[in-house]
Design a protein around this ligand. Structure first.
Ligand code: ARG
Length: 475
């Protein structure tokens, strides 16, 4: 059903109508559209544009339509251009001419952006909650492995021994930053665009703050043109989701690597791995790989929207209709990926013996020698040289640096006394790093405590946001 016609002698060409349609993807906005329209109808009643009786009739019809949509008994048809026209069709079917009265004083321009903002608020809350579950899982695993020893890598080469729980806790840190970005997004994108009309504000409902309050926003927009043209809340949400996607991708890469035969660290649970149709022996880390692979579309969707926005005059332009599909795709992708990845992380076990066995190979304790000398007052550049010399001697003898005897070490430099021996073990190296955020078990226990406290705050925050949202949307 077209929402215009008076000045046109003919409807759009079929090809133009097909191109213009968005109903096949914007139908998910229907519950928000019903809610926003109800707030608008109350506004029309409060200014006397609609009588109390008419506004009641429209509201009852909108509520009934909302229920039919939820039950699947009212659905879009090919002739509907978008969610807004489908809902108006449903209303006219119920009320006749009165069904066309509710859109006085508002435009699809302010309606669509209000619907979409509510969709994103609703889903960003769900995303935040889902993220906290993954954070909790990583933090629990960090606790489980808080005394496990593993090689730490830089450039994917053995670097220094580390506590494996510390390695896992780093993911909680990164994901908590994502949670805080969702928190900030919710705080920053809390102004209602409703009442902006097509671009100039509404002469019929001159108090946008009223519907803003009813819809749970913290206030109304400050500029009606900005309100209908702003899609920062979309690109920012896509950035937050691309950032999460990038983290999940790097996590996926680590688990894929750790589960190779060569590493042999991670044992993935059967429920979170897959087999091969041809090679009976195979157990593949598909969940980790999909976590890595999904980052492509998550980053791509951000680029799609930023590129669409670039060069647009600041007002409503039909290009803006292209904001939805990438956003729905990113959101659906993450809301599907996160529970699977959380399940995989929670059920993966690690071979601590194998990890520990490799912790000191490739001269991973060479830094301990340099640190020992530096502590004894040797300038670090010299200490570094001496330690490098130890590595060279060890290499010549096909040994690891910590396998040199006390006599070998003394012969290289007289300051390499037998007291060095205590430092030349993975446990020694790890337990000597006790500062905040370092790899010792003592530091890690404090880190885990802090991670849990921070995550708990987010759990409560998303929970209370969820209840507020439900209270607003339920009528
Ligand atoms: N389907 C449109 C969108 O998503 C709704 C707004 C249409 N407004 C207009 N002036 N044609 O942006």
């Amino acid at each position: 059903m077209a929402l215009w016609g008076g000045r046109f002698s003919a409807g759009p060409a079929q090809s133009a109508a097909i191109l213009s349609r968005s109903i096949h993807f914007d139908w998910v906005l229907a519950p928000y559209d019903i809610r926003v329209n109800i707030a608008h109808v109350r506004g029309l009643e409060s200014t006397g544009v609609l009588s109390h009786a008419d506004s009641e009739k429209i509201m009852v019809a909108l509520l009934a339509l909302g229920e039919e949509i939820a039950a699947g008994s009212f659905h879009p048809i090919a002739a509907d251009e978008d969610v807004h026209s489908a809902i108006e069709r449903g209303l006219i079917a119920k009320l006749g001419e009165l069904g066309g009265a509710f859109r006085a004083g508002r435009s699809r321009n302010d309606l669509v952006v209000t619907d979409f903002k509510l969709y994103l608020i609703d889903h960003m809350i769900a995303l935040g909650a889902s993220l906290t579950e993954l954070i909790e899982e990583f933090t629990n695993k960090a606790d489980e492995y808080k005394s496990a020893i593993a090689p730490g890598f830089t450039h994917l080469q053995h670097a220094q021994p580390i506590n494996f729980g510390h390695e896992l806790a780093k993911h909680s840190q990164a994901l908590l930053r994502d949670a805080s970005r969702i928190h900030d997004w919710l705080a920053r994108n809390s102004l209602s665009p409703l009442g902006a009309g097509a671009l100039a504000g509404s002469a019929l409902v001159p108090h946008p703050e009223r519907s803003a309050d009813e819809l749970g926003f913290s206030g109304a927009h400050q500029n009606s043109i900005d309100a209908v043209s702003d899609r920062d809340f979309v690109s920012e949400a896509l950035f937050v989701m691309a950032g999460i996607g990038t983290h999940l991708s790097r996590i996926g890469e680590e688990y894929t690597l750790w589960s190779t035969t060569e590493f042999g660290w991670a044992k993935l649970d059967d429920a979170f791995s897959t087999g091969s149709s041809i090679m009976p022996q195979k157990k593949n880390p598909d969940i980790a790989e999909l976590a890595r692979g999904k980052s492509g579309r998550l980053v791509g969707n951000l680029m799609t929207v930023l590129t669409m926005l670039k060069g647009l005059p600041f007002a409503y332009n039909r290009d803006l209709q292209e904001d939805k599909e990438p956003t729905f795709d990113s959101m659906n992708t993450l809301l599907t990926l996160l529970p699977a990845l959380t399940g995989m992380v929670g059920t993966t076990s690690f071979d601590t013996q194998r990890m520990a066995a490799g912790a000191v190979s490739s001269h991973a304790l060479a830094t301990e020698i340099a640190d020992f000398l530096a502590k004894a007052g040797v300038p670090f550049a010299t200490a570094h040289e001496i330690s490098g010399r130890c590595v060279q001697v060890a290499e010549e003898r096909s040994l690891d640096v910590h396998e040199l005897s006390d006599a070998d070490l003394l012969a290289i430099d007289s300051r390499l006394t037998s007291e060095l021996r205590a430092n030349l073990s993975a446990v020694g190296a790890i337990s000597s790093r006790t500062s905040i955020g370092a790899t010792s078990t003592t530091s890690l226990i404090k880190q885990i405590h802090d991670l849990n406290a921070r995550n708990q705050k987010f759990i409560q925050y998303f929970d209370s946001k969820r209840s507020d949202f439900l209270e607003m949307i339920t009528l």
